[in-house]
Design a protein around this ligand. Structure first.
Ligand SMILES: [Ca+2]
Length: 529
């Protein structure tokens, strides 16, 4: 399909968003047929950079206490920082499926780590049909081949940090180097070789900083001796909380393995014996301090484990930050920055020792909060903050509106374009629904659903029939479960009403409450066509 021109983008930006949907979108198909082959399409490009498990509180623009991310910060300085953007199901594959479809897990069919049905509607297909040149590079983690992309090169499953294999339409190839650098190289190649007469939509998905947190040598060395401040809730004793947090195996002190801690197995161990050694969770560790061997256990070992975990996690992020800088520089050097919307996000948040945990899954703030930074020169005022509630089902309708397209029936999110433009939205959501299914999953994390408003949170662990409630204004760290407080009776009832209203409105009929679909995104990639 050739290029087309309907109106210069200046006109798009002057038309009210709803009018674009009602008036202009139906006109698009007509215009598309009429003007095929005419002047260049000036709709903005979309560069969507998403990392994996990068918590907002490991970005200095979000006030990180543990690292500095000058390149990612540039997007906050030159664009908008969303302070309340959340994943609706805080694990990798479900977040990705939701971003592509604008739908919750129970409707897009990916509640856990199961294969995505690529025959369904996705925003990539819609943008491709609307004349965008579409690309997907990096971590995909949805089992099936990408659909709706003119170009795709993906990591199989989780992918590898060093000398990773990639899959594309031609099969599998190994690329020498470090994964974050390579994905950025692929993105730069995509930008260099794209058709000049079309706007582009590029999903650049980093693997980092996902477990097993393997930095490149440069950043590993830079962080090796660094002391990382501990979070205040690292030694949370879970008083007043339900069983779920006590039962999970995602704690820094008890559950990091020798592999996670990068301990070296004895040289005589090989094969399964070596793997067994690496997968054990050590209660005593021998380290070298100033060339002397020292045995660590108890509190000293706990503190050491936190440092080891965070040093590698943050070193992986530093490479992501460098590479975001490379991409922004490339846009500048090619004169692309002005008409390219750049988004930086992560598929969900991560516990950085908060509540003593690593990983995500739980509906607590550190896990569900996504960094969401957007630069759109000429439209977004530089350096602003946005506090309205955004969720990852909103991303697809946002991309569509940017491209002048209406969201189809069934998309559950709302376009964030009015928020990006700083417009008032009197009917914006005041709460959102969350649901996590993967139980027992990789970390024995109990399934739950819940509702979060701007000031409160209610969580229901349905397999345990246990509840938690938090006052986010007076207890932002979520240390005091007030569900059972007599004084909260009316507030609990109000939140429950809202929870079940949302559940019904979103057509969550407990489709995956008991049985989860079989795993299908890790290990061997899906058979090639
Ligand atoms: Ca993830």
């Amino acid at each position: 399909m050739g290029s087309f021109c309907i109106a210069p983008f200046g006109l798009w930006s002057r038309i009210e968003p709803m009018k674009i949907r009602r008036v202009v979108a139906p006109f698009l198909s007509m215009a598309f047929a009429t003007f095929v082959g005419s002047a260049a399409d000036m709709r903005p490009n979309i560069l969507f950079i998403m990392s994996d498990d990068h918590a907002a509180h490991a970005i200095s623009a979000y006030g990180s206490r543990v690292n500095q991310t000058p390149n990612i910060d540039r997007l906050a300085r030159e664009g908008v920082r969303f302070n309340n953007c959340f994943a609706a199901n805080s694990i990798c594959s479900p977040s990705r499926a939701t971003i592509l479809t604008g739908k919750y897990s129970h409707l897009n069919g990916v509640p856990t780590f199961n294969r995505f049905d690529g025959s369904q509607w996705t925003v990539a297909k819609a943008l491709q049909a609307a004349g965008y040149h579409t690309g997907m590079l990096g971590k995909w983690h949805l089992g099936s081949d990408p659909t709706g992309f003119d170009e795709w090169t993906i990591l199989p499953g989780q992918g590898a940090y060093h000398d990773p294999a990639f899959l594309d339409r031609n099969g599998r190839r190994v690329v020498r180097g470090y994964v974050t650098d390579i994905i950025t190289d692929l993105a730069i190649d995509f930008l260099k070789n794209r058709p000049a007469d079309k706007p582009f939509f590029l999903m650049c998905h980093h693997k980092a900083p996902h477990r097993s947190w393997e930095p490149d040598e440069k950043h590993r060395t830079a962080f090796a001796g660094k002391h990382i401040p501990e979070p205040t809730t690292l030694r949370d004793d879970y008083t007043g909380r339900t069983d779920a947090i006590r039962e999970c195996t995602q704690t820094v002190f008890k559950d990091l393995t020798r592999r996670d801690l990068k301990l070296q197995p004895p040289p005589e161990l090989t094969g399964p014996a070596r793997d067994k050694w690496l997968n054990e969770k050590p209660t005593e560790v021998e380290v070298r301090v100033e060339s002397k061997s020292q045995k660590l256990s108890g509190d000293a070992l706990n503190a050491w484990k936190y440092q080891r975990y965070m040093q590698d996690y943050l070193a992986c992020i530093q490479s992501v930050d460098d590479n975001v800088g490379r991409l922004l520089d490339f846009l500048d050097s090619r004169g692309l920055a002005k008409n390219t919307i750049v988004i930086y996000t992560s598929d969900q948040g991560f516990f950085l020792g908060d509540h003593g945990l690593y990983d995500k899954r739980f509906m607590y703030e550190e896990s569900i909060k996504m960094p969401f930074l957007v630069r759109w020169p000429g439209t977004i005022k530089p350096g602003i903050e946005e506090n309205r509630l955004a969720i990852n089902p909103d991303f697809a309708p946002t991309f569509l509106e940017i491209a002048g397209q209406a969201a189809p029936v069934g998309v559950q999110g709302r376009s964030l374009v009015p928020l990006l433009k700083g417009e008032g939205t009197p009917d914006w959501r005041t709460s959102f629904y969350y649901r996590y299914y993967h139980d027992p999953g990789d970390h024995n994390t109990r399934a739950h659903y819940g509702v979060r408003t701007s000031t409160q949170k209610l969580i229901y662990f349905w397999k345990k029939n246990q509840w938690e409630m938090y006052d986010l204004t007076n207890d932002p760290q979520e240390l005091r479960n007030i569900y059972g407080d007599a004084a909260q009776g009316a507030a609990v009832e109000k939140l429950k009403t809202e929870l079940y209203r949302l559940k019904k409105e979103l057509r969550d009929d407990d489709q995956y409450a008991i049985e989860q679909p079989p795993a299908g995104v890790d290990g061997q990639p899906a058979p090639r066509k």
